[in-house]
Design a protein around this ligand. Structure first.
Ligand SMILES: [Zn+2]
Length: 289
């Protein structure tokens, strides 16, 4: 597949669609703000791929955020995609004890996955996904099966440098109204979909992947869409966050430190604001960064 891209496809004559995704530079840029240990890099790559895939499946303008809070040793893991396919991710964690397994279940023990859709206009929408399966992809598959009653197959993979993903999903009944035919159809495509390997996504052109996977079935493949690293932090956002503390607390903070510094955990950028700069940002004197 092309670097940092995803491709959508539809099964002709069936209520099934799919997406495949490959991230490399986007992943390394997203991970560059922190020196993450290898198991956390891999997990962040899977979260980033999942956020990128899920944001493609819905029509919206805004941001889709996947995050797990309240777990240990990873206290927070989050990945975000905008509708313009700008991606970013972050993790906060305790020192890892590598005497035991460092997989999804052990790194995120006790946490809950929250999927948030935050439209530019209107209310945000949150869903809780129980972490009851041993991988992120299985947790998401279970969630879609429960909430939308639509068969969903998800593959996520990250080797620390590159991430990839594959999503195959039933659409609401349209072309195939018979429940029996619909179930048979889904079984057929999902068995084939399960044979796809990360190596094929990394090394083969999109059309070859599809023709190998679904050799007997007509598939309409759409042009690739590019994904990129993009952080939404800015001095203006930092000023808004500081103002949200309330006038008294902000005043006390400025007494202590005349120049306030805030490092963005997603991209590592350091924003510095003093009293005057905060006032300027609020008045909108400076263009947004
Ligand atoms: Zn940032």
């Amino acid at each position: 597949m092309q670097n940092d891209s995803s491709s959508r496809f539809i099964m002709e004559g069936a209520d099934v669609r799919g997406y495949m995704l490959q991230l490399n530079r986007t992943l390394t840029e997203s991970l560059s703000a922190s020196d993450y240990p290898a198991p956390i890099r891999s997990l962040l790559g899977e979260f980033l791929a999942a956020a990128a895939l899920l944001s493609q499946t819905i029509k919206f303008e805004g941001r889709l955020l996947l995050q797990v809070k309240g777990a240990s040793p990873i206290n927070l893991i989050a990945a975000e995609s905008s509708h313009e396919r700008g991606l970013r991710c972050v993790a906060r964690f305790e020192p890892l004890d590598d005497s035991g397994p460092l997989d999804f279940e052990h790194l995120l023990a006790g946490g809950t996955l929250v999927v948030t859709i935050e439209p530019d206009q209107g209310d945000r929408y949150q869903s809780l996904v129980p972490l009851t399966a041993p991988t992120l992809s299985e947790c998401l598959e279970f969630y879609f099966g429960q909430s939308d009653q639509l068969g969903t197959q998800i593959m996520l993979h990250c080797d620390g440098q590159r991430a990839c993903g594959f999503l195959l999903q039933q659409l609401p009944p349209q072309r195939t109204p018979s429940p029996k035919a619909r179930a048979d159809q889904w079984q057929h495509f999902s068995i084939l979909g399960a044979t796809l390997t990360p190596d094929e996504i990394f090394t083969l052109p999109e059309a070859v992947i599809i023709s190998r996977l679904f050799a007997e079935d007509p598939v309409e493949l759409f042009a690739p869409q590019t994904h990129h690293f993009a952080c939404t932090c800015s001095r203006q956002r930092m000023a808004s966050a500081l103002l949200a503390l309330g006038e008294d607390d902000l005043e006390a903070l400025l007494e202590e430190q005349p120049i306030l510094t805030m490092a963005c955990e997603f991209c590592g950028a350091e924003h510095r604001l003093d009293r005057e700069a905060i006032a300027e940002q609020v008045r909108g004197d400076e263009p947004r960064h």
